[in-house]
Design a protein. Structure first.
Length: 105
């Protein structure tokens, strides 16, 4: 296997691991959002996605409702779920990425 193949395997391996983890995180956010639902729209619109580009892989945590920013920032973060999700899964994501990068020879 040449160097380009190793790089591609690592790139796609990291992307695959992050996409798998994103599905888990999205479910966790929906189950653990600390607010009481009125319509269920805020909970259903929570997203964790992964975008794989030519030079970067981005994992995004987002609300799909316009008032999501208020849930995150008002009342001293009492209703926040994005940052708690990042904090909950940060170390697991780091370990997953490290395992992929070290596992491809």
């Amino acid at each position: 296997m040449n160097l380009d193949e190793k790089i591609l395997r690592r790139w796609f391996g990291v992307g695959l691991v992050l996409k798998t983890r994103a599905d888990i995180i999205q479910g966790w956010m929906k189950s653990n959002a600390p607010w009481k639902d009125r319509t269920g729209m805020a909970r259903q619109s929570l997203k964790c996605t992964v975008e794989i580009g030519d030079r970067q892989i981005v994992m995004r945590f987002a609300h799909g409702v316009d008032y999501g920013k208020y849930l995150e920032h008002k009342y001293a973060g009492k209703y926040a779920i994005l940052r708690p999700a990042i904090e909950q899964f940060r170390e697991e994501i780091k370990k997953d990425v490290k395992d992929v990068l070290e596992g491809v020879r």
